[in-house]
Design a protein around this ligand. Sequence first.
Ligand SMILES: [Zn+2]
Ligand SMILES: [Zn+2]
Length: 344
Amino acid sequence: MRAAVWHGRHDIRLEDVPEPSDPSGEEVVVEVVWCGICGTDLHEYVAGPIFIPPTLERVVLGHEFSARVVAVGDDVTRVKPGDRVVIIPHQVCRECAFCRRGMLQHCRNLQLVGLSLDGAFARYTVVRQDQLVHLPDAVSDEAGALVEPLAVTLRAMQLPGVRMADDAVVIGAGPIGLCAVATARACGIRNVYVVEKLPRRAALARELGAAEVIDPSSDDAGHAILDLTGGRGVDVALECVGLVATMNQAIELTRCGGLTVFIGIAEVAGGIDLNRAVTENKEIRGCIGYFDGEWQVVVDLLASGRLDPTPLVTHRIDVEDVVREGFKRLVEDKDSCVKVLVRP
Ligand SMILES: [Zn+2]
Ligand SMILES: [Zn+2]
């Protein structure tokens, strides 16, 4: 089968790899329906290896996918061939101190599908049954491929300071920022403001429920947020870019006593204005991955219709075009290219 295989920075090759067969134990072979290109994949292409282990010579990328079960091992009880599923890319031990607390992303023995294990830019891949969540009929395969980035943002919505928030600002309307807008609205945050300069992304943010989009190239975001919140600042600022400037902006836009959440990861994170957290009583915290059970919450929100992320999908391509059409376009055409889905 054809697969998009990472060999190193700027070196992703389309190769023929053997099809997996004869799953054993708790293994499940799935046929990929759609697999999204993630910002993480792009970083591995442009600047990797980052999450790919440095000793790994090659890996099939792709971790945001919906699939059908095609074959199961002898010990598989939860799914059967033909089932529609989405796949949690974390393969965990279920025994370490973090697994026992449901904090799967911090498993001490964590393996990542599409980064340390072969992933879903291929027709078939092998996973374990505890990674699978059933997709109900009401949720499309395309929406299924968006559960992963939505789950990343759902994690942020579970933080106590976010659950109580009336006003939030999302900084950066890339795929994660847009998922944050949709998830924040679905979770009941009344006013979600967005800071984004690219016009098509700003329009998508409005479509997904943003109350107001501030263009930082023409407006002062600080003044705009004070105007929108009666001079207070937002209860919670969600930083979804990963630059020091926007991290400081997130701290600035948070009200005194509010919460700043860093979802974006900075390549170099020096120069963050921590004094402002002290003098204005602000809490700053990071947020990554998802806890056990949160994928099911996202699937339920999709099935209920409260969450509809499908406007995010701007391109659908074949696996042959992952590099030429997918990665290059994401780098060069950030405004009109948001979520690219790959059909293996
Ligand atoms: Zn991802
Ligand atoms: Zn573990």
